[in-house]
Ligand binder design. Sequence first.
Ligand SMILES: [Fe+2]
Length: 297
Amino acid sequence: MDYISDIHVNAWLDPQGSDHLFSRFASSLLPSDPADILLVGGDLGSHNALTVELLGALSEHYKHIVAVLGNHDVYLVGPDEELYATSTEKVEALKADIAALDCVTLLDKSSVCIDGITIAGTSGWCDFTYRVDWTDEWEMGKSYYDELADLHCISSDFFGFSAKALHSQSFETVACAVRAFAEDQKSALRELSKNADILLTHYPGNRHLVSPKWERDLGTAFFFMNCSDFGLDKKVWVSGHTHDQYDIMHKGTRYLNNAYGYPRENPKVSGIKSFEIQHIVIANFLLYRSAEPTGRR
Ligand SMILES: [Fe+2]
């Protein structure tokens, strides 16, 4: 099973790029021995056309690609600012374009079973449950309010508002709506996780995944959702959003992040990684599945 996230293709390729450039870029991401399935943990890019080109180029190398969207995938920036009136409209257009690609499945509070392996996925979102030791969480939020790209690049409708732009509303109003959106995402994923072998999200779901250097950073609240009540066991959870690389076992679940990141963050241009799902199959019944860290690279 291969995995990657946060490719941000628009940061790597020009919107006017040719098919050949996308093909070459996709090839540059590949491991030496690609698996049948590629998991993509969101933030493919901020421009629909480039995201679809990227997925099309990657699909030349995989039997199945399973993806979720990240926050950047709903941004109204660049050419998409002119093409779509709202983030919801943009996402619907992206979903339609992806549905036309033969081997790509976009998960949004949904799951798919491929070769006996069930993958449950959704974007997730920050639920503002991450706390350090501040006494007034709203004061914390306000200090980031004007800086956060999400508030300037996502239209209000995406979180259930109408009319005013997100950044022109009070932080309290926006934060409550974003939290409700996150809780809806988590609720769906919690149910789906009961029958899943692999979870795929953009936002990471366990505080043990927060890098020590960000543990006491107030902005971490915008990069985290708390799913510690899911009761996971022997599962793999692939996520992104934080541009980290990790492979962490915690309470029987293996958490993976292979964020590709921006050119300035990835000068060595590392690409897609792999992990193994081990099966013991007797008489066509899957009896046991292990998620121990036996990655090929
Ligand atoms: Fe992100």
